[in-house]
Design a protein around this ligand. Sequence first.
Ligand code: TXA
Ligand code: MG
Length: 320
Amino acid sequence: MTPVWPVDPTAPDPAVIARAAAILRAGGLVAFPTETVYGLGANALDAAAVRKIFAAKGRPSTNPLIAHVADADQVSAVAAAWPPAAARLAELYWPGPLTLVLPKRPELPDAVTAGGPTVAVRVPDHPVARALIRAAGVPLAAPSANRSTELSPTRAEHVLKGLNGRIDAVLDGGPCRGGIESTVVDVTGEPVRLLRPGLVTVPMLEAVVGPVAVGPPADAVARSPGQMTKHYSPRTPVTLVYPDDFLDDHIKAMSSGLRVGTLKFGRTGMPNDPVAYAAELYGRLHDLDEQRLDLILIELPPDTPEWAAVRDRLRRAASA
Ligand code: TXA
Ligand code: MG
């Protein structure tokens, strides 16, 4: 059994943070809340500790991890360069749900970067995450705290569903307010390139650094491997439906005897605002997954930049 330690998300008890930090310094694994989703942390400078993350999650060793640092000054502990585009983006969006891919420091263990020449870095905007990084005194490698390919956790109970007994502790700071994983951008070249959409949208990036390329470059096989595979999926099959088809498809599925769950816009359903929608999405999918349904029907949000990250996660949820 993995112990769960409740913490006040706005003012975490330093004694609890110190216990968690001691586990991390000793090479253990601690799950903690960030403003996006729960992360599974290990000392990024300890190769053996980082390898434990891959084992606990069942994550392919080819998929690199994000290094979490307390502030922009600590980036130099993991990265070898700080390009002007990185500085401008960090100035505006850190701490926050934006991950920057930078040239790695040679000393950083290969396990963090999956052997690649770059490292992904972010400063989380959550008092518990930042207190933990500070108390540990080292950058924390932390993927989302779920088994590989499954839904990311936005509550401590979601972490336990996949990782109970496989990790050393969970800091329970309540639900994550962001709800989907950070935006990932490659700032090692020109133009800046979006590798994973998130709550920092393309228009928000372009306001700072000009035109942004979207998706992996044509020549790249696996620049952001997390983007290539089945990912972020509930166990229940998911079908995405256009608003005009929703009622028909729902009736059809039910009349063929299927147990159907739905995520639909409306007064008793999902919010019309993309930020509020993202905050609820994984919690709703985790809940629906508990109901042993045959099918989850999800009404597609509009195809606009504000909805890009939510649509990306919905497509992945439906891609099983
Ligand atoms: O919001 C988040 O980003 C959460 C919280 C815990 O910070 N973390 C998270 O980590 O979602 P993870 O491991 O589930 O997703 C990291 C993504 C993957 O798609 C991975 O392939 C990509 O970042 N990534 C990591 N290092 C990279 C690198 N050096 N180059 C390109 N992509 C990288
Ligand atoms: Mg993940």
